[in-house]
Design a binder for this molecule. Structure first.
Ligand code: NAI
Length: 454
């Protein structure tokens, strides 16, 4: 029986552990904190629980025009946080249950890679094939003196006991815009500062413009091309921030969301000889490091820092650690999702990236406004945008901004994986009335054949 040691029990590590156990390996999973990692405990899940409640809250506000009169709807912040924490607790228990049922031994402690195929934890040396899945942490540029009270990172902000009156968010990536959506909906005055010329700079420019407009309509103040030059904590009086434009801003709290750093230092990886390049562990297509039988997955490897990328890689790494031979070849179909109001989702290249890569492109767009379902639920903002190689019909990139965009993008991952063409999606019968028709219509629009466009 193969012995597999997994370091880290986030969405990479715990999935790898269960998969390896299902392949009859004897698995030890080492975790110093809680199972579920950042995603479950301090990231994806708690924020989605908050956003769900707030989407109901927003819907009741919109409801008045639809004949839904629910006066005095308000958020009880204490119960709101309890709901969020209960969701997390339940899922944590679920993971522990699955680990037990699959005979995965969960070891509490801080593990270190102490040799080829050797991990030391709590003074014990364990031998076996190793999967490194230690995730990432919020970056902490020394310019910002994080104090957990006034200058916060994405972990600290989830511990707030009271809704701040005002919040300045530095960095308009996924974390920045998600927390902007959350606190704006909670009634906080939100200012979002981004040093690049636009918010969500990694996304398609047109999509970013729509999001900026929608966030602006909700009252979020966005300052792009702006840097924080000076930051002074005035305690009870809040924080004073000097922005590069010369403007001074006073807020109650500051959230710094300027990226995350892979957890690589201090765990013996380099000493054991693991090759690290630009702060990430170098892996081959089998997700094996330069050291045979030591695998690495998730945020510590090249590619986006996303839970589903880690879980997807976990399956490949576990198969290989358990004696199989599989390759992880899905790097370019990993969906990216931003859970803002409205949501943003993408698979593949932006328009600019497609052109820069030398593709001849044709583009189709369809607005949610043209869908019966979007009108029925009164959520008509946004669109789907499909970028196709005009010579090969290959779908190069799909971008959706609008209601349930993050649910709708799954179809595109499958389509790309099956090498479906744009015409395949356009001519596939989609259920009516649903929001999924937005993609079908955008694919028709690539050929100028969308039925519901003038
Ligand atoms: P990010 O790298 O996506 O965005 C950080 C932003 O901060 C960038 O736009 C950058 O230009 C800006 N920035 C950096 N320094 C700045 C400064 N001094 N002043 C103003 N702006 C500055 O990082 P983020 O949002 O912290 O997220 C970290 C990682 O976690 C990302 O890889 C993200 O994809 C992932 N994540 C994904 C989520 C999702 O899929 N929904 C949710 C949360 C995080």
């Amino acid at each position: 029986m193969k012995e597999v040691i997994v370091l880290g029990a986030g969405p990479g590590g715990y999935v790898a552990a269960i998969k390896a156990a299902k392949l009859r390996a004897q698995v030890k999973l080492i975790e110093k904190g809680e199972v579920g990692g950042t995603c479950l405990n301090r990231g994806c899940i708690p924020t989605k629980a908050m956003l769900h409640v707030l989407s109901l809250y927003e819907a009741t506000k919109r409801g008045k025009a639809m004949g839904l009169e629910a006066d005095n709807v308000k958020i009880n912040f204490e119960k709101f946080c309890t709901y969020r924490d209960d969701v997390v607790k339940r899922l944590r228990q679920g993971i522990q249950f699955l680990l037990r049922k699959n005979n995965v031994e969960l070891i509490k402690g801080e593990g270190r890679l102490t040799g080829h195929g050797e991990v030391t934890v709590n003074g014990n040396k364990l031998q076996g094939r190793v999967i490194l899945a230690t995730g990432s942490s919020p970056s902490r540029p020394s310019f910002f003196s994080f104090d957990k009270e006034y200058i916060l990172n994405s972990d600290d902000i989830l511990a707030l006991k009271k809704i701040p009156a005002s919040l300045l968010i530095i960095g308009a990536g996924a974390i920045g815009v998600e927390f902007a959506a959350i606190f704006n909906s909670l009634g906080t005055k939100v200012i979002l500062i981004e040093m690049l010329p636009r918010i969500i700079p990694a996304e398609d420019e047109e999509i970013a413009q729509i999001l900026a407009k929608e966030m602006g309509k909700k009252g979020i103040i966005i300052k792009t091309g702006a840097k924080v030059e000076n930051i002074k904590v005035l305690k009870e009086k809040g924080v004073k921030i000097k922005v590069s434009s010369g403007e001074e801003v006073f807020v109650e709290k500051v959230l710094v969301a300027v990226g995350r750093t892979p957890n690589i230092a201090g765990m013996g990886f380099e000493d054991a000889g693991v090759k690290i390049e630009n702060g990430k562990i170098d892996v081959n297509s089998r997700l094996e490091t330069n050291i045979p039988d030591v695998f690495a997955i998730g945020d510590i490897t090249i590619g986006p820092l996303l839970a589903h990328k880690a879980s997807s890689q976990a399956i490949t790494a576990a198969v290989n650690a358990a004696g199989g031979n599989e390759e992880f070849l899905m790097g370019d179909i990993i969906p990216a999702c931003i859970y803002s109001f409205p949501e943003v989702a993408r698979v593949g290249l932006t328009e600019k990236e497609a052109k820069a890569a030398g593709h001849k492109t044709k583009i189709g767009k369809f607005p949610f406004r043209g869908l019966g379902k979007a009108q029925a639920i009164s959520q008509v903002e946004g669109m789907a945008k499909v970028i196709v190689n005009s010579e090969t019909e290959e779908i190069l990139g799909v971008h959706i901004i609008g209601p349930h965009a993050t649910e709708l993008i799954g179809e595109v991952s499958l389509a790309r994986r099956m090498e479906a063409t744009c015409n395949d999606i356009a001519t596939t019968c989609h259920p009516h009335p649903t929001l999924s028709e937005v993609l079908m219509e955008a694919c028709h629009a690539v050929y100028g054949q969308s039925i519901h466009l003038p």
